[in-house]
Design a protein around this ligand. Structure first.
Ligand code: AMP
Ligand code: ZN
Length: 114
């Protein structure tokens, strides 16, 4: 999708600090980090959110979660702990409508989230 910010990052028409990629996904540093480690894990193919994912996306969703765990290991927060978050829709605060998992770590995270 030409007008989608994260599709543009996938296409490399908008720069990002890319930390990992494979055939299916891209991981890059959040531009406004909310913790010492704040990485976004996105599918290269445009999916709006988990709310619009279908049965055909099941393997992709599983892969993305596995990559979240890998990112946490690579960023050195696997032992201390981390959080994986995906916001869906307006009340959850989704601001970019291309599916992404936030991987947050490197500080104590409060619960419940605001
Ligand atoms: P959400 O509010 O859950 O949709 O998360 C969107 C995230 O994308 C926010 O944490 C933003 O800081 C982040 N973001 C927005 N633009 C960029 C960008 N150009 N590069 C990296 N992260 C971005
Ligand atoms: Zn997109």
């Amino acid at each position: 999708m030409a007008e989608c910010l994260f599709c543009r990052i996938v296409e490399r028409t908008i720069p990002a600090k890319i930390l990992y990629e494979d055939e299916q996904c891209l991981c890059f540093a959040d531009i406004n980090p909310q913790a010492r480690v704040h990485v976004l894990v996105i599918p290269k193919r445009h999916v709006t959110s988990i709310g619009s994912a279908t049965e055909d996306d099941s393997a992709l969703l599983g892969h993305l979660l596995g990559v979240c765990a890998k990112v946490a290991r690579d960023q050195g927060v696997a032992d201390s702990g981390y959080r994986v978050v995906t916001n869906v829709g307006q009340e959850a605060g989704q601001s970019v409508f291309h599916l992404h998992f936030h991987v947050l770590g490197g500080r104590s995270l409060s619960w419940p989230p605001g």
